[in-house]
Design a protein around this ligand. Structure first.
Ligand code: ADP
Length: 661
């Protein structure tokens, strides 16, 4: 998204809309006061993150902070234009302004929910508007410039700015590479790198890894956009080829029961298949069949595939259409769009029984946004409602609508009797991903699929899986062999960019967790040393801590500490990478006092010294555990380095072989 729009106000985070001018005056006097105390050396703000501290330097240099502060003192809001040049940097900049000046903000994206009346509303509320831009190909409109108080350019951030903050962090003078100014880093990349990087070299590597991950994501979404456009072009071509006639498809496979990843929608579909069979057998009336649903989910989660599979399972022909298709039939005149829409619904009614699929229903915006907007859209939305009503009452038509984002839909569309049944199709979890992989690469053994599915859970869509399977098969074909799990891993996971030493350290840390869990009778679900946006590696496991006995608390706290202990014993020293683990363990240990398991019956606030003493005892136990099992930990770590991700089956096999479970 090239342009963003933020409304800034003087309210607190918990009450961003309760803005009155008084707030602004209070705030103004605070700031005035602060400035008088410390005019030339503005307080860097103790709770600014490192990336925000860099942004603060750039903001001060650009003059924006100064101008903004002055304006707040005057109590008169305005519109500000800010060139940022990159999406992540925009986020950092805006949060830095908000935090530094104690302002809360609402965030609108250009084109979504924005129109000029927002400017008037912001002025009424006494709120500033900051418009940001991150794409040089898409300049601010002259119309917007007319409203603006001032324009600032934040693209001259320098690597020295980052060097200054990194030096502060490590407490000595540090050079930061010139090709890594703050603007190039993904949002929070620097913060994460400074938490997990033991020195400047490690921090730099972590930043580069995150840039690589971000670039890969961007490349993938570009591919996805092209795929969507091709799909749309194919749909339009097939329409044009049929001379404006509506195509009737007859899908036969796959069927819904062959597919995974649809959750509640799949259960609804199974009922529908049974009901339609009962209707055909004359056992129930059509009015008893639940015939319409809205699927909401990110692109590529298989909504179109679901509609086609449902048609196959119900043995119904299908018409597939979309708003873009209707709009593309004429020179985008309202009347052409309306005619095309009617034509589709009429074709459905003339060909019952039938399944009607309508994609991208979120292209149809809600009414009442602004008068100008309404002149154009209201007739279109009204026609759509009328068509839906007629169709949903027609015996023999099932309607499936799909969209990526339901928040902008006209509420009337979702009212009872229309698309009132709604299913969220999320990115698939590990189990669903494994089944989707099996669908697209049936030759792969499940032992090869499981680790890949584990590593990608929650980050890849069904369409990604289809692409990974295609690419992996291509690699195997070129080398004249069958496709393997390693091929899939190669195309699906980001390349390793850390040093071998750091990879081994991560593997030893994660193996420490995993072995401790195995010893307490829990084989983890997965062990991964693939970097993602949250961590350098992880172990996931199911342990029910809700039982709440002392042993249950220790059953999690001890394995949590075993990662750090493994680094300590096997590599000679720990790193700060275990911060999250220490928080988990000390949080659990601190809870003992509150819960009456800390030696007192009166619930007490945790006492720092007592928690520390218990943590030390527990850590000594973790160290002993590592010493006794160092052979198993090293073996598992080497296995993790080799395979990058180990699924439950591989971990169970390891545990059995080693006599650990
Ligand atoms: P959407 O309509 O949600 O954008 P599509 O139905 O067009 O997604 O999905 C694109 C492709 O991705 C499908 O043709 C299929 O190959 C694959 N795909 C998506 N979800 C699944 C799934 N749950 N099971 C199998 N394949 C899937």
């Amino acid at each position: 998204m090239a342009k963003n729009l933020r409304l800034l106000g003087g309210g607190r985070d918990d009450a961003p809309d309760a803005l009155i001018l008084d707030d602004i005056h209070d705030l103004a006097s605070d700031i005035l006061h602060a400035d008088e105390d410390d005019d030339d050396d503005p307080d860097p703000g103790p709770d600014l993150r490192p990336s925000q501290r860099v942004a603060r330097i750039v903001l001060e240099r650009s003059g924006l902070m100064h101008a903004f502060r002055d304006r707040i003192v005057l109590g008169v809001p305005g519109v500000w234009l800010v060139e940022c040049g990159a999406d992540g940097w925009t986020n950092t900049v805006i949060r830095t302004i908000g935090k530094s000046l104690h302002l809360s903000f609402d965030h609108y994206q250009w084109g979504r929910g924005f129109d000029l009346s927002l400017l008037a509303r912001a002025a009424d509320l006494g709120r500033h508007i900051i418009m940001t831009r991150d794409d040089d190909d898409d300049p601010f409109d002259d119309e917007i410039r007319l409203f603006a108080l001032a324009e600032f350019d934040l693209r001259d951030d320098r690597h020295e700015d980052v060097a200054q903050i990194v030096s502060d962090h490590f407490g000595r003078q540090i050079d930061w590479p010139a090709d890594l100014p703050a603007r190039r880093m993904p949002y929070h990349a620097l913060d994460y790198a400074l938490v997990y990087g033991a020195d400047e070299a490690a921090a730099e590597r972590l930043v580069r890894v995150q840039i690589a991950v971000e670039e890969r994501k961007r490349a993938e979404s570009a591919i996805r956009r092209v795929e969507e456009q091709e799909k749309e072009a194919a749909r339009n071509a097939s329409r044009r080829g049929s001379g404006g006639k509506v195509d009737i498809l007859r899908p036969t496979s796959p069927r819904v029961e062959d597919l995974a990843g649809y959750g509640d929608a799949a259960r609804w579909a199974a009922d529908l298949v049974a009901d339609i069979a009962a209707y055909r057998a004359g056992e129930i009336a059509w009015s008893e069949v639940d015939t319409g649903a809205l699927l909401v989910g990110p692109p590529g989660t298989g909504k179109t595939l679901f509609a086609s599979a449902l048609a196959a399972s119900c043995d119904l022909p299908m018409i597939s259409s979309s708003f873009a298709q209707w709009a593309a039939t004429g020179a985008s005149y309202q009347s052409d769009t309306i005619r095309a829409m009617r034509q589709t619904f009429e074709a459905a009614a003339a060909n019952i029984p039938l399944l009607l699929f309508i994609d991208e229903i979120d292209s149809l915006p809600r009414r009442g946004v602004s008068p100008r907007h309404d002149d154009y859209w209201r007739p279109i939305v009204n026609t759509a409602l009328e068509c839906f009503d007629g169709t949903l009452r027609t015996e023999g038509i099932v309607v499936i609508a799909a969209c990526n984002d339901a928040s902008g839909l006209d509420p009337a569309l979702l009212r009872s009797g229309r698309l009132d049944r709604r299913f969220e199709i999320a990115l698939p979890d590990a189990a669903a991903l494994a089944r989707i992989f099996a669908h697209h690469a049936p030759d792969l053994p499940s032992s090869a699929i499981e680790p890949v599915a584990t590593a990608l859970a929650g980050t890849a869509s069904g369409a990604d899986v289809a692409r990974f399977a295609r690419e992996a098969k291509r690699i195997a074909r070129r080398e004249r062999r069958t496709v393997s799990g390693a091929d899939i891993l190669k195309v699906a996971l980001p390349a390793e960019t850390r040093t071998r030493e750091l990879v081994l350290r991560t593997a030893i840390h994660e193996a420490g967790h995993a072995i401790a869990l195995m010893l307490s009778g829990h084989v983890p679900r997965a062990l991964s040393i693939v970097v993602d946006s949250l961590s350098a590696g992880h172990v996931s496991f199911d342990v029910d801590s809700t039982a709440g006995r002392l042993a249950d608390v220790y059953r999690i706290a001890l394995p949590a500490l075993a990662g750090r202990a493994a680094e300590d014993v096997l590599l000679g020293e720990p790193t700060i990478g275990a911060a999250g683990d220490l928080e988990t363990a000390s949080g659990l240990v601190a809870g003992l006092d509150r819960g009456g398991l800390g030696g007192f019956l009166t619930p007490a606030q945790p006492d720092g010294d007592r928690v520390e003493a218990r943590m030390r005892r527990l850590y000594a136990e973790a160290v002993m555990l590592v010493i006794r099992n160092r052979g198993a930990i090293m073996e598992l770590a080497h296995l993790a380095v080799e395979r990058r991700v180990l699924g439950e089956a591989a971990l169970r096999e390891f545990a059995t072989k080693r006599g650990l479970a």
